[in-house]
Each structure stands twice: as C-alpha cells, then as structure tokens.
Write a protein that binds this ligand. Structure first.
Ligand code: 3LM
Length: 398
C-alpha cells in the first residue's frame, strides 16, 4: 500500500495487500507447507536470516503475512504475529517473555482459560502470578515488585465488562520499571473501538475468533507489538514453544471478515446500547453490565479509551434463582445458546458454568462474577427482534 496514512476503513480493506503477478483481487490462499529454494545457498541464506523469503509455513506464509500486516496497521503496532487461536496468542506472548522466578500482576477478571493458564499452568514453571482488581489502578501499584515482568489484563473484562484504565495502569507499571511489558487482551472491543498500544500498553493480544473475523467460522488470534518483540515471539513463543500457527485458510477468512470490521462494530454497538437500555428498565433484571450505560462503573474511563463506541458485549443479573435463570434462557428462540462472541448471531451463555467454569466458587465471588450472570454477545440482527425474544422470556419472570 502507498505510504500515505489512511483512515480505519481504508486500512481494514487495503493494508497488507501485495498484488500478485496474476492480478487476483482477493488475496490467494497459499495452501503449501513448504517453499522451494533455487539452490542450497539460497536455502542456507534464508535460514541464516541473510535473505528475505519464505521457508516453511510454521515460520511464515504469504496469506498469513498479509493479515499480520493488516492487524498491525489497525492496532497501531509495528508488527503482528498470527496464531491458531486466541489462547495460542496469549500463551506464545507470555512464554516468550517469562522465565522461572519472574512475576506477573494480572487482573482478577479474565476469560476462563486465560485465568486457568495464569492461575495454574504457567505457575508450574516457577512463575508467580498475583491477581488484583484492576478497576482501581492503585491495586496494581501495590502488587508490583522488582520481579514483575508482565502486567496482564482485558478491558472490558470477560464477562463482567469491568473497565481497566489502560493509560493509568501502563504508566504505573512503566514508572515502576520501564522494562515491564503491559499486555492487554483487546478481544472485546476490537481495534476499531480501542487501541491499547496508543494508550501506553506494550503488547496487544486477541482472539480473532471473535469480532476480527466476525462470522463464527474460524479459531484464530494475534499478538501485536514492536518489531523486535514480535520477531522474538515468533522465533521462540510461536516457532519453538507452541507451534500454534494460523492456517492460510483461516488467514483468508479473516482477511475477508476484516473488510467490514468498522461497519459490523458500529451495528454491534448500536444494537447493544438498545438492548442494554431495554434490560436496564425491565423489572425482572437486577443489574445490567454495559460500559455505555451512564450509571455503569467505569463508564467515564470507557468513554475516554473506547474511541468509537462501547462494544457489543453485555451481561445481566436477574431477580431469580439460578435454576429459574437457566429455565428462562432455555426458552429463547432467536438468541442462540452458545459460548463465543462477536458473531452476526446474538449469543447467550451462562458464564459461571461455561466460559468461567475454570474459576472455583470462591474465585468467582472474589472477581464479582455472580452465579446468575448471563452474558450476551449482541449480534447484527434487527434489534427489535432481539429485544422481542428477550422480552418474551423475561416477562415470564415478573
Ligand atoms: C468466550 N472466549 O466465549 P480462542 N481472550 C478473550 C476471550 O474471550 C477468549 C480468548 C481470549 C470465549 C470462547 S469458551 C470455550 C469460548 C477475551 C475466548 C481465547 O482461543 O480463540 O478461543 O480465544 O468468552
């Protein structure tokens, strides 16, 4: 693409595009595991890093490079690394920074598998993790030590939508030690709504399974950061430690999905705001978690750092027992009972027994994830139809 800096919509369509010799408009799927060398000298030069060019698709593939360049441009990072899943991105990002004896300060409210990785699996290798409520940045300050290498959080958090002040936490971490990597999971907002790197964070990780792809047909992830960190993470975290590379077919689908990211996010945000307002006023609903509601804790910070809207994710607590909640959501007709998020379809799930079943009862309570919390990924359907479906079910609880 030309050097001029384009707007978001132009970037999501054109960044990373290298027209191939045959002129195909859609970027091809390079379904190949390996690449042919002209001679032994060329192969050796590529392995030695003395000549640019592809070697083997675990180390790089043109279809994958293309979406890496696109996502780096959308997040405002120097470089990106594509992975086979969001968890692949998170684990590769962390494995390549941490070693035994290091410490992580992590948010207490995280996607369930990320929590499991930090709460159990990574600790087997001698890494200490301290979980804090990052709704108050002062808690981060108190937890930092000279051994802290990573500060890790999501914002809005999964599933309570708690907001963490990216600029404040990044400054606190870097004031303590400029070498600390502040790693932010940007899955919920997507790069259209929030760019943590521009707010002081060092690394963005995300599940591209969600809004980035947007069509519920891919599992994928990205890590974005400065060129040196991404090169190191590719060479260690991805190539050697996890091997969780993105397939060329997933890259093709993600490239296609990304071309409409801003349009989809605008509709997700508009629909979610209307659903949140409806739920807020419904007598069966005890509490609505949506950063766009003026009475939501964290609304002012969300307004500051989510520059294009408050996203498509919300959660609610009902004035009903856990069993009544389950019976009610079983009756939904249009809204679909499924985990995951960011798809065209509205998806509803019960966090405590599904996405966050990796938390014990006590850990759920400590993180403010109530047993009755129902999470909704508001889709792209006509919002009146989504609200009608929810109303029919909620009215039975009044
Ligand atoms: C979910 N979340 O329904 P993959 N970071 C965040 C996420 O929400 C997720 C990941 C990383 C859900 C998946 S639960 C079995 C389904 C904030 C995933 C991990 O590896 O691409 O699934 O991303 O909340």
């Amino acid at each position: 693409m030309a050097k001029k800096e384009f707007g978001f919509a132009t970037t999501q369509i054109h960044a990373g595009t290298h027209r191939e010799d045959n002129g195909a408009l859609a970027f091809p799927i390079y379904a190949t595991s390996t690449f042919v060398f002209d001679n032994v000298e060329q192969g050796a030069a590529r392995f030695a890093g003395e000549e640019e060019g592809y070697i083997y698709s675990r180390l790089g593939n043109p279809s994958v490079t293309q979406v890496e360049e696109k996502v780096a441009a959308l997040e405002g990072g120097e470089a990106a690394m594509a992975t086979a899943s969001g968890m692949g991105a998170i684990s590769a990002a962390l494995w390549s920074i941490l070693e035994a004896g290091d410490e992580v300060v992590a948010s207490d409210t995280l996607y369930g598998c990320t929590f499991a990785l930090l709460n159990t699996d990574i600790q087997k290798f001698g890494v200490k993790v301290t979980f804090v409520d990052m709704g108050d940045p002062e808690n981060v300050k108190k937890a930092l030590t000279e051994k802290t290498k990573v500060v890790y959080f999501e914002t809005p958090c999964n599933p309570t939508l708690k907001i963490v002040d990216i600029a404040a936490v990044s400054k606190m971490a870097h004031d303590c030690n400029p070498e600390i990597k502040v790693v932010v999971d940007n899955t919920f907002p997507s790069p259209y709504l929030q760019n943590p790197l521009k707010l002081g964070a060092d690394v963005v990780v995300c599940s591209a399974t969600k809004y980035i792809n947007g069509h519920g047909d891919v599992i994928a992830g990205f890590v974005v950061g400065d060129a040196e960190y991404i090169m190191n993470t590719k060479m260690t975290g991805l190539k050697n430690m996890t091997g969780t590379v993105m397939s060329p077919f997933s890259a093709f689908l993600i490239n296609r999905g990304l071309k409409t990211l801003n349009l989809r996010m605008e509709r997700h945000c508009a629909n979610a705001m209307k659903v949140a307002e409806f739920l807020h006023d419904h007598p069966a609903v005890d509490k609505v978690y949506y950063p766009g509601l003026p009475d939501f804790e964290g609304h002012e910070i969300a307004k500051k750092q989510m520059h294009n809207g408050f996203g498509g994710m919300l959660a609610m607590e009902l004035k009903a027992s856990r069993d009544e909640v389950a019976a009610a959501i079983n009756k939904l007709q249009l809204c679909t009972l499924a985990v995951s998020l960011g798809d065209a379809e509205t998806l509803v799930e019960h966090a405590a027994t599904m996405t966050h079943s990796t938390y014990t009862k006590e850990e759920l309570a400590a993180s403010g994830i109530s047993e009755g919390l129902v999470r909704i990924s508001v889709g792209l359907e006509d919002v009146e139809d989504i609200i009608d479906d929810l109303k029919t079910v909620l009215d039975t609880l009044v």
